[in-house]
Design a protein around this ligand. Structure first.
Ligand SMILES: *Cc1c(COP(=O)(O)O)cnc(C)c1O
Length: 390
């Protein structure tokens, strides 16, 4: 058995040590291969160790790793220009994790409230939403039980219900400064906000002079078939956060905002590793790969292909259905068998399959955006075998 005692225990992990990864495949220390439909929780958008990222790291590390966040560096300027050129936002602040980017979004909204809205500070967030594991982002999250874990919470995050505009309107008061949501609730079980809801939210927030913040940490960077998920509802939010896919596997996140909202003063925001050239050089390489002609169309096509395959499983096994957007999808199982299926998939022989169960009654699929149809077929046939034997 591997000696894991020196690592602080924070979660149950299988007795496996992964030593290599290429594309959609991982290899453990016994040489067993695993088809990976988790990809670090929708992080490795170009798969494991793609050449594009290896080259970016090698080239940039030979040139400059970190001059300090007090100075400009070329890759961070390039990545900021790329992201603003392809979105409705004007300025970018780089962070290292999604939670940190969301903390930045919360701070920016509160700062804007202090400056322009008589100190309004409340940010309406959603039941079952997920925004990270810092104190403020846990408070902003709507995960059951998180309101008492590490109490007291950071105040100022009243909760509404996704896709129920009235529940948002009911929470608006004199202290409200913003509404923050995931365009597709990921950890909640891949629940998309409807176009109608997002458009209604944009109108409601504009009418009340509130900021609209989209947490695209999971849905951004091509995951749903467009560069950002909110584009599909043709809305222009005021603030957006990115993480996960932005670095394609390395720690990189971002806070983006429209110019009118960018009101930080010197010293309000910063961080030792923020915007370092090594990580932002990877961000440039990843973003350029996603923007290559045809790439996002292919993500959409493969998302449709995966959806069709999941639908076929539903018919075959009499399951309720599937849902999602692009290559972020869930299969609804009706029974609480998802954790057992995840274990059974991983221990299949000779090759394992890595799946994720954010809820006990559903499986979530977030393969590399570079996954091919054969790999999707292979995953589907494994799930078919597993379903047939439960
Ligand atoms: C993963 C995730 C986060 C947190 O990102 P970390 O990098 O783990 O801090 C925040 N919001 C959403 C929607 C996420 O999926």
């Amino acid at each position: 058995m591997t000696d894991t005692n020196s690592l602080m225990w924070v979660t149950q992990r299988p007795e496996l040590v992964f030593v290599e990864g290429h594309g959609s495949w991982l290899v453990d220390s016994d040489g067993k291969r695993y088809l990976d439909f988790v990809q670090g929780w929708a992080v490795n958008c170009l798969g494991h160790s793609p050449e594009i990222i290896r080259d970016a790291l090698a080239t940039q590390s030979a040139k400059l790793i970190n001059p300090s966040p007090a100075f400009y560096n070329e890759p961070s300027l390039r990545l900021a220009r790329l992201l603003t050129a392809h979105s409705c936002f004007d300025q970018v602040f780089f962070a290292n994790t999604g939670a940190e980017a969301n903390e930045g979004a919360i701070k920016l909204a509160r700062k804007w409230g202090q400056k322009y809205r008589d100190g309004a500070f409340e940010i309406i967030t959603f039941e079952n939403g997920f925004h990270g594991r810092t104190l403020a982002t846990m408070s902003a999250s709507g995960k059951p039980g998180w309101d008492t874990l590490f109490a007291p919470q950071v105040p100022g995050f009243p909760k509404a219900r996704l896709n129920e505009l009235d529940s948002v309107a009911a929470q608006i008061g004199p202290n409200t400064v913003a509404v923050m949501l995931e365009p597709v609730q990921g950890e909640a079980g891949v629940i998309p906000a409807t176009t109608e809801f997002l458009q209604g939210l944009r109108e409601l927030t504009s009418n009340h002079n509130l900021l609209l913040i989209v947490d695209e940490v999971q849905t951004g960077m091509g995951r749903t078939g467009t560069l950002f998920a909110h584009e599909q509802s043709a809305i222009a939010p005021d603030i957006m956060t990115l993480g996960k896919g932005l670095g394609g596997g390395v720690p990189l996140a971002a806070l983006l905002a429209r110019k009118e909202v960018c009101c930080f003063e010197a010293g309000d925001q910063g961080g030792t590793f923020n915007g370092n050239p090594l990580m932002t050089a990877v961000g440039v390489a990843v973003t350029e790969a996603l923007l290559a002609p045809g790439f996002l169309d292919e993500v959409q096509a493969k998302g449709d292909y995966l959806a069709a395959g999941l639908h076929a499983l539903c018919s075959e096994f009499g399951l309720t259905g599937e849902r999602g957007s692009g290559l972020l999808r869930a299969l609804l199982l009706d029974r609480d068998i998802a954790p057992a299926l995840v274990d059974a998939a991983r221990t299949m022989a000779p090759e394992g399959l890595l799946l994720n169960a954010p809820r006990a009654n559903l499986l979530r699929f977030m393969p590399a955006l570079t996954v091919n149809r054969e790999e999707i077929d292979r995953m589907l046939s494994c799930v078919r075998v597993l379903l047939a034997s439960t």
